[in-house]
Design a protein around this ligand. Sequence first.
Ligand SMILES: [Zn+2]
Ligand SMILES: [Zn+2]
Length: 366
Amino acid sequence: MKPSAFATICTQNSDAWKSDWDVYLNAETLNKLSMKCMVDEDLIKRSCFYYNCDYIYNQTEQTPQVKWVMPLGVRTSHKNYGLQYCPFCLIEDGDRPYFRRHWRLGFMTCCPFHQNQLRDRCPSCRNPINIKRPQKPTKRALYHPEDIAHCSKCGFDLRRTEYAPALPDEYEINRINFTQSSLGYGNAGNLDFNYSNLYFEGIRRLISFLVCSPKGEKLFLHLRNKLELHQVYHRELIGHNVEPERLEIGLRRTALIMIYYLLRDWPDTFVDACKMNRLTSHLIKTPYLEFPFWVIDALFFHLQHPKYSVHGEEKNNIIIYLERKLGQTIKPNQISRYLNHYFSSSTQITEEENLDENTNNNDLIT
Ligand SMILES: [Zn+2]
Ligand SMILES: [Zn+2]
């Protein structure tokens, strides 16, 4: 039967099938499914991202949402291309084709086994892949497991999709993402991760900045040019507050290739590219979002403004200027405070070490 009909029968709720069951099932649905199918609840939970996302996302348990999983939904006004597929994996399944969990993840754009680009829509009619409501040939009374390998709108056999090879860099980053999300650890470029969620959190922030934030446009265009990628990019089409898993597959592909390029000698290329495009850490860092250590390191140890070092003569001149303006003498223990004030509170300064404090201060006082 259709998964949508199955969901209705199990839950006695005709809307139940509309939510993404592979992402989250509430206690009531879990219980009903378990009772009707005679399958242990824990076993059902294992197939939901929500209960098994530690490797890719830090679950706060405040929303049923799981970052990186692309939304499927059922809205007709806006089509969600939330399910990807590899035609060759489907072919290898024989008469029991099934859709892999990793095809639902925004950081996957190519098959780690066949090195071809994943597809997120029917190549024939361009509609999203919908396995909740497959169609069967009218002359057949029952559904067959192979029906889900066909487009639910036009019936096209998805296994006949043309081969589209992934670029070598795209394949490499997909391989990294696949390994990290399956094992819970791994490496990427010159970095080792004991906890893969820190890797995914970091590339999520980077992709958000590069592609989803207007502030990242310069860096995006710089990298696109540098890597000779020909991604069509119109900021206004991306919209506001878009998250990486909601990006169109072409943009995700481009963003991942950029991330792969930046990670190879992290943080050098990234820091150079930011400096070239006059990007400072405060533009990239958003105060209410958490950044994992390896991104923070790059932003704060490499990108922050260098400390301004005051030369002895300059220091003297500033003090003389301030004393004249204030009409009073500045005491030696007040000098640092006045210098900080002079350079405004946001600029951190260091006083030159070799400065002979006493002589200068005596000069000032006299
Ligand atoms: Zn494949
Ligand atoms: Zn179709």
